[in-house]
Design a protein. Structure first.
Length: 376
């Protein structure tokens, strides 16, 4: 375990990569913000990713996600996907997706499977194929290979190794993968935000191929897309029986910036918008929220504030609390302890949420499972 270089504490969990404990981040001593920016930039260098969002005033604006990059000729956007080629933005647009895919047997371990038609049969026969879990059917899982955030504890960080390379797949080719036993498509990653036009185009084509049967379309995202793309996605999710799954990383903006490199403001605004749009279909729930319980950083006070916010926009929005597994630049933190998870569950319920659960209990450890600091 690292010592916090601000307060000197060794008793509070501190990731070696950050070098600062949560209380010190929250009180934000001057200079901490630029130090954390340097930490994030350092993690991106070895992958050849832009260290910060490009801001060339004469560059082309990409507003697909919150970063609103201005990209000069030959330069990459922050996600490592969109590039200015001869004055045109290419990569991730509606005609070419940088992705990988696989079929996942239903019910999956999807973050929403405990409330969705595929996992529970809710909404049968309109939205589900059976009155219970849809055994014998599959989810087309689409992994978009880019992201708008830079999470130090990224659970799927390997996609960064392909940064800047093209693995183009057209929406039509993706839609053509849907077969008779495909009951849902789930976009995740990385994050779908930098490739929303592609995901929406593929969803429209796939639904056109299956006009008379169930094909739910879902997005799992950090919620940083431009609101116009959230509206399009929610319209498709509502019409198909699918849902939008938003991953809320932290409530305190300093903690959020430390963990992801960015503010949480767009994500919270989009979550509010999604809740408004979701009111059009009370069941199955069109909006599901999750939070990764990062030891030492996403503690009970974070979950309490996040849960209060969710309860203020919809107390019945399902909220899944997920166990953290040491990864990437947070590989010296322990797994989430059972005690931390149970406390988070209790405070989320006390905040007024009616549907909360611990998502992946099998990963939980004990509060003694601490690791020695290992720097990547
Ligand atoms: S999708 Fe986001 S990160 Fe990528 S180039 Fe556009 S604004 Fe930048
Ligand atoms: S992708 Fe959607 S429908 Fe399929 S299991 Fe996940 S939440 Fe359920």
């Amino acid at each position: 375990m690292a010592r916090c270089r601000v307060c000197g504490s060794r008793s509070l969990l501190t990731a070696a990569s950050l070098g600062v404990c949560a209380p010190c981040i929250r009180t934000a001593p001057s200079g901490l913000s630029s130090a954390l920016t340097r930490v994030h930039a350092g993690t991106r260098r070895s992958f050849g990713l832009p260290l910060t969002p490009p801001r060339d005033p004469s560059g082309i604006l990409c507003d697909l996600c919150v970063n609103e990059c201005r990209i000069s000729p030959g330069q990459l956007g922050y996600c490592g996907l969109r590039r200015n080629v001869d004055g045109r933005l290419v990569g991730g647009g509606p005609t070419q997706g940088n992705l990988s895919w696989y079929f996942d047997p239903l019910p999956t371990n999807c973050v929403a499977d405990w409330v969705c038609p595929a996992g529970t049969g809710v909404g049968y026969p309109k939205w589900a194929l059976r009155p219970g879990p849809e055994y014998g059917h599959t989810n087309l899982a689409v992994f978009y290979r880019a992201c708008s955030f830079n999470c130090l504890g990224c659970q799927n960080w390997h996609f960064r190794e392909a940064a800047g390379t093209e693995r183009a797949m057209t929406p039509a080719a993706l839609a053509a993968l849907v077969h008779a036993r495909t009951a849902c498509i789930c976009y995740f990653g990385g994050d779908p935000s930098p490739q929303m036009p592609h995901s929406v185009a593929a969803a429209v084509l796939a639904r056109r191929r299956t006009p008379d049967r169930i094909l739910r379309i879902c997005w799992e995202t950090n919620g940083t897309m431009h609101p116009r793309w959230l509206r399009k996605a929610m319209a498709i999710a509502l019409a198909s029986g699918g849902c939008i799954k938003v991953d809320l990383k932290a409530w305190d903006d300093g903690i959020h910036r430390a963990l992801t490199g960015f503010s949480n403001r767009r994500t919270l605004e989009n979550l509010r918008l999604a809740a408004e749009l979701a009111g059009a279909r009370p069941s199955p729930p069109p909006l599901v929220v999750s939070t990764l319980l990062v030891p030492g950083y996403v503690d009970a006070s974070e979950v309490r504030n996040l849960a209060r916010f969710i309860a203020s926009i919809g107390p019945d929005i399902p909220y899944s609390l997920l166990a953290f597994h040491p990864q990437f630049y947070l590989n010296d933190l322990p797994v989430t302890s059972r005690e931390q998870a149970e406390e988070a569950l209790a405070v989320a319920r006390a905040a007024g949420l009616t549907r909360v659960r611990i998502g992946n209990r099998h990963l939980l450890g004990t509060s003694c499972d601490r690791r020695d600091a290992v720097v990547v």
